[in-house]
Design a protein around this ligand. Structure first.
Ligand code: V07
Length: 261
């Protein structure tokens, strides 16, 4: 049975009836609003990050139950190092906290962890937590929970171009043979194929920017911006945002069928 979700609309509750045949295969989320959530409660920013990690767990389980194939979460950008050292240190402890408490549930839900980003630049303890999580969930073949950690979209494209240039220099690749597929294959999302590109990109907390998240991969993504702060983001909000996606898709229903061929 397909779960029914409820969205809360001011003072009324409305049922969101999702089309289970049109669940986006790959959903990417910019988890914004942890600091603002904490500020509203007169709490330190890190309290928002801590609550945000609880949201990660709930949304992971909800997405997996809905049949999502890949859930990509923007956890830490290459720009986030500019934040106060105490906050960066706290953030770098989150992957190990996350896995100490959540790996058994990931395995129960058959969720496999993947990480994309410049992992070698992370503190050893953080890197180890990431490797352990990948190792402990490697047999899972359900949803892929893909963390973008020390990731930047432009840096990713730079790395891909360097790798392609090396192949050209070595004579293994001709410039005229470089096409969209060549570039896709050199991006960090290559391992997620055939779901490398998100069908739906969600940003919480009201900002309507991409902020150097996936760039190449969102060429055809539906973008949904919600005012809900990430620590408040609930499975019903995810259902509502998927519903927005499905409404847009339905408008071009005929065309989409053709495109799939
Ligand atoms: C982080 C919690 C969620 C809100 C957004 C920022 C704070 C989970 C992870 C994580 C990353 C890699 C991994 C396992 C877990 C994480 C950071 C921040 C840096 F393998 N949440 N979360 N990492 N936040």
């Amino acid at each position: 049975m397909f779960e029914k979700f409820f969205k809360t609309n001011a003072n009324q509750q409305e049922e969101v009836d999702l089309d289970e045949n049109k669940i986006p295969t790959h959903i990417a989320i910019i988890m914004d609003g942890n600091g603002r959530w904490a500020q509203k409660r007169h709490l330190p920013r890190v309290a928002g990050h801590k609550q945000g990690m609880e949201t990660v767990k709930e949304i992971t389980k909800a997405a997996s139950k809905l049949g999502v194939k890949v859930l990509t979460l923007y956890a830490f950008s290459t720009e986030n190092w500019k934040r106060p050292a105490a906050e960066v240190n706290f953030l770098m402890d989150l992957p190990s906290k996350f896995f100490d408490t959540f790996v058994p549930e990931l395995v129960e839900n058959n969720v496999k962890v993947n990480v994309m980003g410049y992992v070698d630049q992370l503190p050893p303890k953080t890197r180890q937590a990431v490797f352990d999580a990948i190792e402990d969930t490697k047999e899972c073949d359900g949803m892929i929970l893909n963390f973008a950690l020390n990731y930047g979209g432009q840096a990713e494209i730079v790395s891909a171009m360097q790798a392609i240039a090396e192949k050209v220099k070595a004579g293994a690749l001709q410039p005229e043979d470089i096409d969209e597929q060549t570039i896709s294959q050199h991006l960090m999302t290559n391992t997620l194929a055939p779901y490398a590109n998100p069908e739906l990109l969600i940003r919480t907390s009201g900002e309507e920017r991409i902020s150097n998240f996936l760039l190449w991969q969102i060429a055809y993504s539906e973008l949904v911006f919600t005012d809900v702060l990430w620590p408040d983001y609930a499975p019903a909000n995810l259902a509502e945002d998927i519903y927005q996606f499905q409404k847009r898709n339905r408008r071009f229903g005929g065309l989409n069928k053709e495109e799939e061929k």
